[in-house]
Design a binder for this molecule. Structure first.
Ligand code: FCB
Length: 456
């Protein structure tokens, strides 16, 4: 069996990483604009002020999507473009940008998948405590209601929040991402709870205000664990590890990059028991209706997955993380290349939660440049995607309900604290001239899409 005829092949971006126009048409500053002002926070003091200038070049970018043959495009909406103060008065010029973008996508037969929050919180809301403040859950619901009402029939597919794990840990734990804070366990767990509640309230707001056929989910991430061998005990050990809650992550006190901490509340209406036994008094106050709001029924699960770790049985009913091989393959950003993660993680997600899945991000940063012949020969990206697609296909053949795939990213873009150093795009961007060049991988992906995966 090949990919279903309604399988969706797409690519993804996010607002701060590509739009630029950082204070145009009434947009206010986001926490990422402010993070970029902080000495040492971003590689070579790069900023997203101009980025890929997508705000002005979106029509050209949609044409490139069409050239590749993309069936869907996952983008995010910049909250401070819509609400310069975070709440209250809407900035209609900012909203118009997304209406025009969606109209243009639809005219070109590309289905818009909109993410409401991909990290660019209005700075004004940060000054009010950001996600540490429980009111953030209402601010987010107001924003979600407004966007869905304004976009109306144009958008039938939403994701509420991108990678709550990174917002929480990288933003408020390690401080590597905006707002750049290093808080402790109590604050991290509180932020996590508010992100969950924000998600739940946004699902309600989207259903109440979007088109009658609107669909919604969220887009978390986690490490994709896979069995070291196909022996039954290693498969069982992998499942056990994937569903576990642990404290081991880079030696810190708390690993939010597991699957179940953020997803059990959404799909099962409760935190994993182990959260309480591990973190006891540090757990946030859970108000009466919270878990009910958090576990609103969603239509699908989005998952960003880049890599994972092999797991084997410890021979005693437990599991072990395998050490990586000497000289293991890794990307330009040093992320390991582990294609099996896109087979086993979706399989385990479907097993535990019984939801249809979109792979909402997957890809790699690569050492790309324009060759003497004017082209970008990113053969390693082709090989990477090919390997991951083979595993994704295997998962589908085994009955895992994967409905679509979004390559990260459409364009080279602002890779957060790494600035423009890392190139994740199917399309090469010359940041001096804003010239776009389709990389070899874009042409390869185009053939995969045309054949609906038969070329793999
Ligand atoms: C994910 C982010 C995305 C991009 C990729 C490489 O964690 O969601 O914005 O930075 O990693």
């Amino acid at each position: 069996m090949s990919f279903n005829s309604d399988f969706i092949w797409g690519a993804a971006t996010s607002s701060y990483q590509i739009e630029g126009a950082y204070k145009e048409d009434g947009k206010s500053l986001s926490i990422w604009d402010v993070m970029c002002e902080k000495p040492g926070a971003v590689f070579d003091s790069h900023t997203g002020k101009i980025a890929c200038d997508h705000y002005h070049l979106y029509k050209e970018d949609v044409q490139l999507m069409k050239d590749i043959g993309l069936q869907a495009y996952r983008f995010s909406i910049s909250w401070p473009r819509i609400f310069p103060s975070g709440t209250g008065k809407i900035n209609s010029k900012g909203m118009d940008f997304y209406k025009k973008l969606c109209d243009n996508l639809l005219e070109n037969n590309i289905t818009p998948f909109a993410t409401l929050f991909h990290w660019d919180l209005p700075y004004e809301l940060y000054t009010k405590g950001g996600f540490l403040n429980r009111d953030s859950t209402d601010w987010f619901a107001e924003y979600a209601a407004t966007v869905t009402k304004e976009l109306g029939d144009r958008v039938q597919h939403y994701f509420t929040i991108n990678e709550p794990q990174c917002i929480q840990y990288l933003g408020y734990g390690s401080g590597e991402h905006a707002p750049g804070l290093k808080t402790g366990l109590r604050d991290l767990l509180l932020i996590g709870h508010h992100l969950l509640l924000s998600h739940g309230k946004a699902v309600q707001a989207i259903r109440a205000n979007g088109s009658s056929s609107v669909q919604v989910g969220w887009a978390p991430t986690c490490s994709g664990l896979y069995p070291a061998t196909e022996k039954a005990e290693d498969i069982a050990a992998t499942e056990m590890a994937q569903f576990d809650v642990t404290t081991e992550y880079n030696g810190t006190e708390f690993n939010s990059f597991g699957l179940t901490y953020f997803n059990d509340p959404v799909y099962l209406g409760k935190y994993p028991d182990k959260m309480f036994s591990l973190f006891g008094e540090y757990m946030p106050k859970i108000e009466q209706e919270d878990m009910k709001i958090i576990s609103q029924k969603v239509d699908y699960h989005g998952h960003n997955v880049y890599n994972g770790v092999a797991i084997k049985s410890d021979g005693k009913g437990g599991y072990l993380y395998c050490k990586r091989d000497i000289g293991y393959p890794h990307t330009a950003m040093n992320w390991p290349v582990t294609p099996e993660c896109v087979r086993w993680l979706p399989k385990n997600i479907a097993k535990r939660y019984g939801v249809p899945i979109y792979i909402t991000e997957n890809g790699l940063s690569n050492q790309d440049w324009v060759a003497l012949d004017g082209k970008v020969h990113d053969s390693t990206r082709i090989d990477f995607l090919h390997r991951y697609f083979i595993q994704m296909k295997k998962a589908i053949e085994e009955g895992t309900p994967i409905k679509g795939y979004f390559q990260w990213s459409l364009l080279d873009n602002f890779e957060w604290s790494n600035g423009y150093k890392e190139r994740f795009g199917l399309i090469y961007v010359d940041y001096e001239t804003q010239k776009r060049t389709l990389k070899d991988s874009a042409l390869w992906y185009s053939d995969v899409i045309k054949s609906n995966g038969d070329t793999l």
